[in-house]
Design a binder for this molecule. Structure first.
Ligand SMILES: Cc1ncc(COP(=O)(O)O)c(C=O)c1O
Length: 400
């Protein structure tokens, strides 16, 4: 269809001109620390596989060569023992009554929020929430108010000023760790505000599971919160767990309601039992990875201190606010250069030195905050991080 082609081409050209065009680059192989593309090996700082579990083989015993598909949606015959066992394990690990496994974190957030929030409700969301949270709230058709990033004062002010419609309730929705900055929401204070205003608190801890808390239970646990503080918790399995999919955790009644009403859950083929077996095996490994968590924390502290020193010299910005909360240091670190053309050029320079780092531009981040998103992995060495810093230094020395 010619008009369709012309319309797409026009927008692709505009994205090219603004340095905002994105491309898919197939990876041949990754061992967590390094990655092969086009027969070239790169040191990589671009994955969410924080514990290095995604690149390690999983032994599924007798299941290894079987059960590749579920064959149906969950309410027909697609739901297996493997699904049930995994949901129960994750719920008991995180202290919730029940869990529901979705194909991805995106569908989990979009599906759960759009199903549970009713149109007469009012939702208060952090300005930097993940796209899936934004879409979930949008699709609920409820009134949505965005508060300043991680600002409990602004949240309170807006709660004070705006009431739900008749029969409506209040919701507070936030990421626990903001994925493009690595900073952590002040969850304990937010939970207190939620209690004060009788609001349901929905937290997305995609990037905290496995990284924070005892045995990797996540950001909420690390900050002393439990299921009585955070009504609904979303955990993804595709990041530190090194698997795929995600779980919504809450009271049994809430989960039962989702099973009745959540369209993205009901009208979609259930993930294969094999996928769930992998998730169960990876969850066990994640719980046992205390040494990797401790090492990652030390490595993160080192990188953060080095980047902070460079940001003080004015080379670039970093997200320093609440990056460190109660001794927690997340392995994601932004190098904020502002202009997308500079971000691309720095990313390209690193690539020429056999280092891959995610180059992040609008609309993923706000205008004027294009950046590199440096993501550490427990398989990285301190020397790897020093090498990355040297190449970043040489880029800025060359361009000054
Ligand atoms: C904060 C956050 N929530 C949800 C998601 C979506 O999870 P998934 O990748 O499993 O769809 C992501 C992933 O990018 C994320 O960063």
């Amino acid at each position: 269809m010619q008009w369709l082609n012309d319309r797409c081409q026009q927008q692709l050209d505009a994205a090219d001109q603004a340095n905002l065009r994105r491309t898919l680059k197939p990876v041949d192989m990754s061992d967590g620390r390094t990655m092969n593309r086009n027969s070239t090996s790169y040191l990589q700082f671009a994955s969410n596989d924080y514990l290095g579990l995604a690149a390690e083989p999983v032994d599924l015993g007798v299941l290894q060569l079987s059960l590749p598909g579920s064959g149906a949606s969950p309410l027909v015959t697609g739901y297996s023992q493997s699904h049930s066992v995994f949901e129960k394990s994750l719920a008991s690990f995180t202290g919730y009554e029940a869990g529901l496994y979705f194909n991805s974190g995106f569908t989990a957030n979009e599906g759960a929020l759009s199903t549970l929030i009713q149109s007469q409700d009012i939702v208060f969301s952090d300005r930097l929430n993940h796209a899936s949270l934004i879409d979930g709230v949008l699709h609920s058709k409820a009134r949505s108010i965005r508060y300043h990033h991680s600002s409990v004062d602004d949240l309170k002010k807006r709660l004070e000023k705006t009431q739900p419609s008749e029969g409506g309730q209040r919701w507070i929705v936030t990421d626990a760790v903001f994925s493009m900055d690595g900073d952590i929401a002040p969850l304990a204070e937010i939970a207190q505000v939620a209690r004060d205003y009788n609001a349901v608190l929905y937290v997305d801890d995609a990037h905290g599971l496995g990284v924070f808390g005892e045995k990797g239970q996540g950001s909420c646990h690390a900050l002393g919160l439990s299921a009585s503080d955070v009504d609904i918790l979303m955990m993804t399995c595709g990041k530190a767990m090194g698997a795929s999919g995600a779980c919504v955790l809450s009271q049994q009644t809430v989960i039962d309601f989702l099973v009745q009403k959540c369209r993205s859950y009901i009208y979609s083929t259930a993930p294969s039992p094999q996928t769930l077996e992998v998730a169960s095996a990876q969850l066990k490994k994640l719980m046992l990875a205390d040494q990797r968590r401790q090492y990652l924390k030390e490595l993160s502290q080192y990188l953060f201190d080095e980047l902070a020193a460079r940001s003080q010299q004015g080379l670039f910005d970093i997200q320093s606010e609440s990056h460190e909360l109660q001794g927690m240091h997340h392995p994601v670190h932004p190098v904020i250069v502002g202009d997308p053309a500079i971000a691309i050029s720095l990313g390209q320079y690193l690539l020429e030195h056999n280092i891959i780092v995610g180059v992040i531009r609008p609309p993923t981040v706000p205008q004027g905050t294009s950046r590199l998103r440096v993501s550490l992995n427990a398989a990285h060495t301190f020397e790897d991080v020093a090498r990355l810093l040297n190449v970043i230094d040489s880029y800025f020395a060359k361009s000054s």
